[in-house]
Design a protein around this ligand. Structure first.
Ligand code: ATR
Length: 294
């Protein structure tokens, strides 16, 4: 068989980012390809920000069936799409692309990945409604706030060092009737916000290996409030460890990464894959021991 035919038969996808060497996505998709006995390839694709616009403009003809998109390309990839679903439109950012009938489609599975992880780790977590407190106002915060609002949590308090960014993210929080349920705050307001919170999510990079600590006092937080962190290196951040020690339910960040990967895999390779213990084990094996790797 010629190389060209071989390439046509074996669907190829990948993760596009800069840098992308640290990405665990190839481990996740490689695990599922093996588990379901499917033909396919999933590679790391490093794209320099200066080349990103041209890369996504040429994506339809690249031979790839689709891709995950990670930092810093989620917005530029969204602009290159012919078709964006409503979620990706609202966030102006995509993390999953696929080519269908010659058109480039994009969606954002960070939202459903975040929610699916909480549903798996803390079933019924949303039954009590809000208030929710979200720390940080970057790209990840946008997906988290959107997801919490979609589940009807209200009010949603966005707490960020830079107030203007908190305001932009809080504006994404719309209740089911379309009214705003978001509020922007600085860290000074945190003790009072924590005292009534039902859900607390860290979306800042603080607590990640190599970053500074997330130095917050959990003592005002009710003991039954759910605490989640999107950081997954280390697997158990100091925030999660402190929350678990005082008896709060917790949900770690690795699950969001695993769950956001599933819809893309289904699009490209034809099977909706399961996030199970074997997948956790495969990805945890890639983490350094000091980050909880085994
Ligand atoms: P991402 O898109 O991955 O969420 P980001 O856009 O770089 O990443 O956002 C990182 C978040 O961590 C921001 O909310 C940032 O606060 P600012 O908006 O004020 O920059 C927050 N963050 C990073 N370092 C911080 C620090 N030392 N103290 C407080 N917040 C910090």
């Amino acid at each position: 068989m010629s190389e060209r035919n071989e390439a046509d038969i074996i669907p190829r996808a990948g993760v596009v980012g800069w840098p992308v060497a640290h990405s665990r996505s190839p481990v996740i998709h490689g695990h599922w390809l093996a588990r379901y006995g499917l033909k396919g390839r999933y590679d790391r694709i490093a794209v320099d920000p200066a080349e990103a616009e041209a890369f996504f403009a040429g994506f339809r003809d690249s031979g790839l069936v689709g891709a995950n998109v990670t930092v810093p390309h989620k917005e530029v990839a969204a602009r290159a799409c012919d078709v964006l679903d409503p979620l990706a439109q609202s966030l102006s950012a995509v993390n999953t692309l696929w080519v269908e009938n010659g058109l480039l489609h994009g969606t954002n599975t960070d939202v459903t990945g975040f929610l699916a992880n909480l549903d798996a780790e803390a079933p019924g977590w949303d039954a009590g409604g809000g208030p929710a407190v979200v720390l940080g106002a970057g790209g990840a915060a946008r997906a988290v706030v959107f997801g919490l609002a979609a589940r009807g949590l209200a009010p949603i308090h966005v707490v960020n060092r830079t107030r203007a960014r908190a305001e932009a993210v809080a504006a994404l929080a719309k209740g089911r009737d379309g009214h705003s349920v978001g509020h922007a705050h600085g860290f000074d307001d945190l003790p009072q916000l924590l005292s009534r919170a039902r859900v607390l999510v860290n979306t800042t990079s603080l607590g990640m290996a190599g970053s500074g600590p997330l130095d917050i006092d959990l003592s005002p937080l009710p003991h039954d409030a759910l605490v989640s962190d999107i950081v997954y290196v280390p697997l158990e951040t100091p925030l999660l460890a402190a929350a678990r020690m005082r008896g709060n339910p917790v949900a770690g960040g690795l699950g969001m990464l695993l769950h956001q990967a599933a819809p893309g895999f289904a699009r490209w390779f034809g099977v909706f894959p399961e996030v199970d213990d074997a997948l956790y084990t495969a990805v945890i094996a890639t983490l350094p021991p000091e980050a909880g790797g085994r």
